[in-house]
Design a protein around this ligand. Structure first.
Ligand code: TA6
Length: 298
């Protein structure tokens, strides 16, 4: 199957389909600058984004599962049609543990490298969520940016509500020298304090304890400062209302079997999507949302 995908979708020097961890199908995007990215068909899961120097910008746990029935720990899990435990489904919904279909690859004259994957309803999803849908993820790699565009289509004859998140795990040099900026004045729901709402007062959110907050209707531009590595990652969302900031810190890290006890020191999640409220999609309608990650020296 991987060989036939490579034959159909491979582009010499730009796109390769090959066996990844545990022989799971993986698409590797290579930009002429030296930047690269990897996307698994399992969950349409972006597992790597490297800058032109080959430095990894995302976090991937050394303890991650690589199994058909489990999410990959790290990179960019896709949460859909439910975020967290906001409904009756398994945590974060079924999209991230489903097998997606590779539908398109492209290397543009500008040098950008593109891969698109699709996921539609099945008997299995209908049993969990009785709606007909198509979800497309389009990943575009440029020299200093990675764009993830999501499209959800309602293929049925009745409206449905969904939540969606790009649950991005960023790598940082040292968590004590990392800061998330741009959320001052935004109302957040604190998942660690019975979901109470408060207003963020800090211009720079820094980390010295478990942090798990859904920021509601945030500005579209958020910054992650990685002081230890002297770099800034700009997070620019569009069509996505909310953001989550999460670091598990010590105790939760120890409770997660697919996460190293010390790995909280080198990661932070800044997630984008609609997690504080549902998107309602009418029959035949489609919803578009995207997030552009770009990296620059601090
Ligand atoms: O986005 C934050 C969060 O909801 C945390 O509460 C934590 O559960 C995290 O997602 C990871 O979820 P997972 O199911 O991947 O362990």
């Amino acid at each position: 199957m991987i060989d036939s995908l490579q034959t159909r979708f491979g582009i010499p020097g730009s796109v390769a389909v090959s066996p990844g961890k545990n022989n799971m199908p993986r698409v590797t995007l290579s930009h002429r600058s030296g930047a690269s990215a990897e996307v698994y068909l399992h969950g349409a899961h972006v597992t790597s984004w490297r800058n032109a120097k080959g430095e990894e910008l995302l976090f991937l746990s050394r303890e991650s599962h690589w199994a058909a029935d489990k999410p990959i720990r790290g990179g960019v899990p896709i949460c859909f049609p439910q975020f967290s435990n906001h409904g009756p489904m398994l945590l974060h919904g079924f999209a991230r543990i489903s097998e997606w279909t590779l539908t398109h690859t492209e290397c543009r004259d500008s040098g950008e490298v593109v891969v698109a994957l699709q996921f539609s309803d099945s008997n299995a999803t209908q049993a969990l969520w009785p709606h007909r849908f198509t979800f497309e993820l389009r990943v575009t790699l440029a020299e200093t940016s990675l764009t993830m565009a999501t499209l959800v289509k309602n293929n049925g004859d009745k409206p449905f509500d969904f939540e969606l998140a790009l649950h991005t795990y960023f790598g940082v040099g040292e968590i004590q020298r990392a800061a998330v900026c741009g959320l001052k004045g935004v109302t957040f729901s604190d998942s660690l304090r019975n979901n109470i709402n408060e207003v963020e007062t800090r211009q720079e959110i820094r980390f010295d304890q478990e942090t798990d907050r859904i920021y509601i209707k945030t500005p579209d531009s958020i910054l992650l400062r990685d002081e230890a590595r002297n770099r800034v990652i700009a997070i620019q969302k569009s069509g996505m209302a909310d953001a989550v900031v999460w670091n598990p810190w010590i105790a939760k890290s120890q409770r997660m079997p697919d996460f190293g006890d010390d790995e909280y020191l080198r990661m932070v999640c800044v997630e984008t999507g609609n997690m504080a409220g549902h998107v309602n999609l009418a029959p035949s309608a489609q919803w578009l949302g995207s997030t552009i990650l770009s990296v620059r020296p601090a």
